[in-house]
Design a protein around this ligand. Structure first.
Ligand code: HEM
Length: 522
């Protein structure tokens, strides 16, 4: 019968219609791929990357995305095409120019993933420069600065930072109490700590304490609270993958997938943080004098940020300020534990500092005093250089006028990503031993060289209009932690053959980082 219909010239069968649809789809895909390739065909990079984003997606899944991207810059030069519409650079000057106030670059589509409530935007997710400027300015006086701020100095500092410092101190204290209670080993008694998670507990409690006036309670429980970490640990690698396929934001933010986004009604996970933030804001609204509390919520509210937006900003703080700092903490600790000369020098510097002080002084070191510990600063800078916690591309979009980077014209809407990991390993700045953890380089450098090195490492906190709000909080957390822990304990790796398991789907995540603490003899 079918043969007969065909022979009589009847309409094509279902199979033919299907094949035609596939052929049409293949043709459209081929044309689009060709057009996408053509736009940036002059920028060097591997051919496969220039026709599909999936190579980068694969490396996110594989867990070596930063090293892979860095190797591309080594092979292809200062500007590399890593995806059909994405190029990556590793030059500090270009970084600062793109982030400067004058540049008309805007945030890339990827930042839309950092929206927690689809009716609202927090500053980090805002892509429009004017709205960002307006919001960020309102977030800044949260620091109660004694001088008038300019938009160029976009990070918390001044008196407000002093209030935050006391919150950091109480979480350092909580970490010490936890260690003393459960994790001090001695001859014949092994009580190891898995530091990967404890670093997260510490940084999450600091950031929630600074934001809401009280910690979420990870250190107190010495465990996950409301399955927050379990959920965010599953989500973090997805951020990397989604970064390579940013158009997925239109799918995820639309029905029916938007129904699956975390919400305040959730019993566990990220939604609990949203509910916690929302309750805290509501409390302040209902309280008779919300301005009395000394935390970020009250400061933001005083500055006229709408309550619903304050909730979004607080959630952003918890996300932006926790995993980043715990990566820095873990990698700096790993670096000194595996470099005995650095470990010994650091501990000696701390000991020397305390010989000049009252022997009974057990209070947490002040942020001001940590500045008198040059080797400690060098250790942290060196760790941030080698393992920047913000290793992702954080792409920005080329403005309507187009732009030229390192002689390559980039048409409007090209996404430009930074490779800050690669900046930390540029031979022209760091020398041929750029891969070596050597804090001494910071102490040996001439004033001009030091300035260049410092400016390059500072880029891990971004620059200009995108600069990290919590840079000083992060420094405080790191400096105080090392002083207080190393003056009390000797620390050692438990498993020398494999100190930890490291994966890098978007930043350096680690598990099984087992260490021991033993009390120091005075
Ligand atoms: C070592 C630790 C940290 C690193 C490396 C880091 C890095 C960064 C980077 C690179 C950005 C800019 C992203 C972009 O838009 O291109 C950023 C933004 C931000 N960070 Fe941090 N951060 C750290 C710790 C913190 C802490 C402790 C807090 C809060 C207490 C914090 C709060 C924020 C906020 C609110 C933003 C968004 C600023 C904006 O939208 O303009 N960060 N951070």
């Amino acid at each position: 019968m079918t043969e007969a219909i065909r022979a009589n010239g009847a309409p094509p069968s279902m199979a033919n219609a299907f094949l035609s649809a596939i052929a049409a789809f293949a043709l459209i895909t081929a044309i689009q791929t060709f057009r996408a390739w053509w736009r940036l065909r002059h920028v060097p990079g591997p051919f496969l990357n220039s026709i599909t984003p999936l190579v980068m997606t694969y490396h996110c899944f594989k867990g070596d995305i930063t090293n892979y991207t860095h190797n591309l810059t080594v092979k292809y030069g200062q500007l590399v095409r890593v995806q059909p519409n994405v190029v990556v650079y590793n030059d500090p000057e270009t970084f600062r120019r793109i982030c400067s106030l004058k540049a008309n670059y805007t945030k890339g589509l990827w930042f839309e993933f950092s929206r927690w409530d689809l009716d609202r935007y927090s500053c980090i997710a805002m892509r429009d420069n004017e709205s960002r400027k307006d919001r960020k300015t309102k977030l800044l006086p949260a620091a109660n600065l004694p001088f008038r701020l300019t938009y160029q100095h976009l990070q918390w500092a001044g008196q407000g930072l002093a209030v935050m410092e006391s919150r950091v101190d109480s979480q350092v204290q909580s970490f010490l109490e936890l260690t003393e209670k459960k994790y001090v080993s001695s001859a014949g008694i092994l009580r190891p700590m898995e530091f990967g998670h404890r670093a997260q507990f510490y940084t999450l409690d600091v950031v929630t304490s600074v934001t809401f006036g009280r910690p979420f309670g990870f250190l107190h429980k010495d465990g996950d609270v409301e399955k927050y970490l379990e959920t965010t640990e599953a989500m973090t690698p997805m951020f990397g993958v989604l970064g390579t396929l940013p158009w997925l934001v239109y799918v995820i933010h639309a029905w029916p997938l938007n129904k699956m986004m975390p919400g305040e009604g959730d019993k566990v996970g990220f939604g609990r943080l949203m509910k916690f933030a929302s309750d805290q804001v509501q409390d302040r609204i209902e309280s008779s004098n919300p301005g009395l509390a000394h935390d970020i919520i009250s400061d933001y509210m005083r500055n006229g940020v709408e309550p619903e937006d304050v909730v979004q900003e607080c959630i952003t703080l918890a996300v932006a300020g926790s995993e980043t700092t715990s990566v820095a903490l873990r990698m700096a600790l790993l670096a000194i534990l595996t470099t005995p000369s650095a470990y010994n020098k650091l501990q000696s510097e701390i000991d020397k500092f305390y010989t000049n002080k009252e022997a009974a002084d057990t209070s947490i070191i002040s942020y001001t005093d940590t500045r008198n510990l040059p080797y400690l600063q060098a250790v942290i800078r060196e760790a941030l250089r080698l393992w920047p916690p913000s290793a992702g591309l954080f792409t920005k979009e080329v403005p309507r006028s187009g732009d030229t980077i390192h002689g390559y014209y980039l048409p409007p809407r090209t996404e430009v990503g930074q490779c800050v990991y690669s900046i930390g390993r540029l031979p022209r700045i760091w020398g041929t031993d750029h891969d070596v953890f050597r804090p001494e380089r910071w102490l040996e450098a001439s004033p001009e060289k030091l300035e260049e090195m410092q400016a390059a490492v500072d880029l891990v906190f971004s620059s200009g209009k995108y600069i990290c709000l919590g840079k000083h909080v992060a420094w405080m957390e790191l400096m105080k932690f090392f002083v207080e822990v190393l003056r009390r304990y000797d620390i050692a790796i438990l498993n020398n053959a494999q100190p930890l398991k490291l994966r890098d789907p978007v930043t350096f995540l680690s598990t099984d980082f087992w260490i021991t603490f033993t009390k120091r003899v005075n």
